[in-house]
Design a protein around this ligand. Sequence first.
Ligand SMILES: Cc1ncc(COP(=O)(O)O)c(C=O)c1O
Length: 403
Amino acid sequence: MNIPFSPPYIDEDVINEVNDSLRSGWITTGPKVAALEKGLQEYCKAKRVNCVNSWTSGAILMLRWLGLKQGDEVIVPCYTYCATAMAVMDAGGIPIMVDITRNLTIDVEKIKQAITPKTKAILPVDLGGVPCDYENIMQLICSKEVKEQFTPTSENQKKLGRIMLISDSAHSLGATLNNKTITELVDVCILSLHAVKNLTSAEGGAICLNMPEPFNNDELYKELRILSLNGQTKDAFTKTKAGAWRYDIIAHGMKINMPDVNAAIALAQLRKYDYLLSERKRVYERYSNLFKEYHWAIIPQQDSQAITTSYHLYPLRINPITEEQRDKLIQYLADLNIATNVHYIPMPMLTLFKNMGYKIEDYPIAYDTYTREISLPIYPQLTNQQIDYIVKNLVEGYYSITL
Ligand SMILES: Cc1ncc(COP(=O)(O)O)c(C=O)c1O
């Protein structure tokens, strides 16, 4: 049996929707992107949604819009993909990394300790699809004490009057906390539509807006759209109409719009996203039921009254195991053509961030999690037979390596 880690979900509906875009004669930003934005707006309960070409570009755009100045800080968890911190750096800020809790999301107490007058935003990550503790994070940044030390250095910061809460929801489309979507709990929620994500456009991202008053989300949508098209007042679809050639460049934007041919993939998937999510849930629960009997298998966050995850990853942890044994287990499974992964190597262990002065010793929970974590395949196409095969071999591998 050959079991890949995370193949995209491509069915006839996806192929037909892409064909429709190809045959229409219009392949870049146009009606498919507009339909995807509307669909995501409804699904995420956002005020508006701007589609862009990646999570990374969407986050840079939002942080540039916030007007980070040299020395401004953005708090991020150390346990994430490097893009979370790099987006901050690309927007001119300094990522301030803090440790996580045992459910793999950012530790609110650590955020509290990291806030300074230079903190302009917090960028928590819904790791594996588990929502962060947004209620407490929002309460913290709205508290009198934290608001008093907030020092705005741009018009948009002044208008907001507090630290901005932007979620890295690259993994968590469909997750809820106390029956609210993540968009409803933050100022801006950014999704990734990269090829391995629950919903994909091959490469892509979506900025889900929920800015509080006095911001006008319709106006903001228009502004971000212009900024994602080099600051150009007309998109190619509008400009292509006979006679509508004149345009202006009104700001220093970025070129990060999503093409229609990409949006078509996600549009077809979004129509059946409830089904896709329920199939992921099937896989997630089957793993959890099978691992329950092994004292050494620490199963990931389960759905509870408060939390529903989006079942993006199945981050199993093993205890006891050393890092070397964990690596051997990954190889043992790879030799059987079962692809697994590790989410994540904490950023302070990566050369770029080490050279910036971050030290893994400052992040004990992240380090401990990393050494014993192994992410298992999870996607709608994975059959129960394949799941049983993965678990059987993982159990055999664990005993052969550790006994
Ligand atoms: C947690 C997290 N944040 C950000 C990203 C970046 O997403 P994108 O590839 O769409 O820029 C990823 C992608 O792997 C991710 O897993």
